[in-house]
Write a protein that binds this ligand. Structure first.
Ligand SMILES: Nc1ncnc2c1ncn2[C@@H]1O[C@H](COP(=O)(O)OP(=O)(O)O)[C@@H](O)[C@H]1O
Ligand SMILES: [Mg+2]
Length: 322
């Protein structure tokens, strides 16, 4: 059988400092290992290495890297160099949240990578899709949700509802600022004042889903299709399932309802250029759409043998200009 040789991709990974990665857990590092195993050329920069040249071409101060899955000396970096982003076939924007001013400005620079350089996820979509507010596009799949900066409005809902509420900042991540509000808790006014910064910040209030005790499912979506899922089970003394705050990762499968959700949400993700995304699902309800730097591929590989990293790299190979 005749096989055409695979094109070697030039890949730029925009990420937090490589020195800080957890070699066994980090999703971006997993992508890099898979890309290297398939013979591609990997370069690395941090967000602050991005700039634009006279004429409007975006560029980066970046370095070639090699990576290894081992505890010591897990990467070797070549010399820093200045390269236009058009040098690369693909740029992977994998900077961790927060989505702050610097992050948004970085996406504006990435808009100017050039016509033959594919930036993943699409920079305009990263600006457009707030990880919490994006769920408002899919009310049929979310728990009852209110977004407000008005503490009185949220308290009125809590008073009239037959269930507790979860409140969280709309730009939170890793479980930060997530509170459970019970009707008789005298901390409620203070929590709402603090989270809304006295009415200056929008927050999301949501029906408390008791199924959160069983776990928060992370469904990994590649090009709009679910690749697999892991379940993050909170500690007994914790409301939040995030791995970052001690959530334990266990095997899971998708329910028929979740497959329906993936079909509807996936169609929109594809349209928006959100290629690699993590959906957070509690008791069949969509609570968050993680688009900036979703994680979980290493755990999925360990638990189910599903290799999302290689699939992601193959996706980039298929999409690259010949
Ligand atoms: N509606 C909800 N009901 C019950 N628990 C929730 C709800 N929303 C969030 N949580 C808990 O809070 C954690 C973090 O919430 P999430 O919306 O995923 O924000 P982030 O992960 O960005 O901090 C979840 O893992 C879950 O344990
Ligand atoms: Mg989450």
């Amino acid at each position: 059988m005749e096989t055409t040789p695979r094109k070697t991709l030039r890949i730029l990974v925009v990420m937090d400092p490589l020195e800080q990665v957890h070699v066994d857990k980090d999703t971006t590092f997993g992508f890099m290992l898979a890309a290297q195993a398939r013979g591609h050329e990997i370069h690395y920069c941090t967000q602050d290495g991005l700039y634009a040249l006279p004429g409007g071409q975006a560029a980066a101060s970046c370095a070639p890297v090699q990576v290894w899955h081992r505890a010591e000396r897990f990467f070797e970096r070549g010399a820093w160099a200045d390269r236009p982003l058009s040098y690369f076939d693909t740029v992977w924007m994998r900077k961790d949240p927060p989505v702050d001013r610097a992050y948004l400005h970085a996406t504006y620079l990435l808009d100017h990578a050039g016509p033959s350089t594919r930036v993943l996820n699409r920079p305009a979509a990263l600006r457009d899709a707030n990880e919490k507010l994006y769920t408002l596009h899919f009310p049929e799949f979310t728990p009852e949700t209110m977004v407000s900066r008005d503490a009185a409005r949220i308290r009125a809902w809590l008073e009239s509802a037959s269930h507790p509420l979860i409140v969280k900042p709309v730009d939170g991540h890793g479980g930060r600022g997530v509170f459970l509000l019970q009707k008789d808790d005298r901390n409620v006014p203070s929590i709402l004042e603090t989270l809304t910064e006295d009415g200056q910040r929008w927050i999301m209030a949501q029906r408390y889903l008791p199924e959160a005790r069983e776990g928060d499912k992370r469904i990994l979506m590649l090009d709009g299709v679910p690749m697999g899922a892991i379940l993050r089970v909170p500690r007994a003394d914790e409301n939040r399932g995030n791995i970052h705050v001690g959530g334990r990762v266990v095997r899971t499968t998708l329910t028929p309802r979740e497959r329906e959700m993936c079909a509807v949400v996936g169609e929109r993700l594809r349209r928006d250029g959100l290629v690699f995304v993590g959906l957070d699902v509690i008791g069949d309800h969509l609570t968050e759409v993680n688009v900036t730097s979703p994680t979980g591929i290493r755990e999925l590989l360990a638990l189910d043998g599903i290799d999302v990293a290689t699939a992601f790299v193959q996706h980039c190979e298929a999409a690259a200009c010949p």
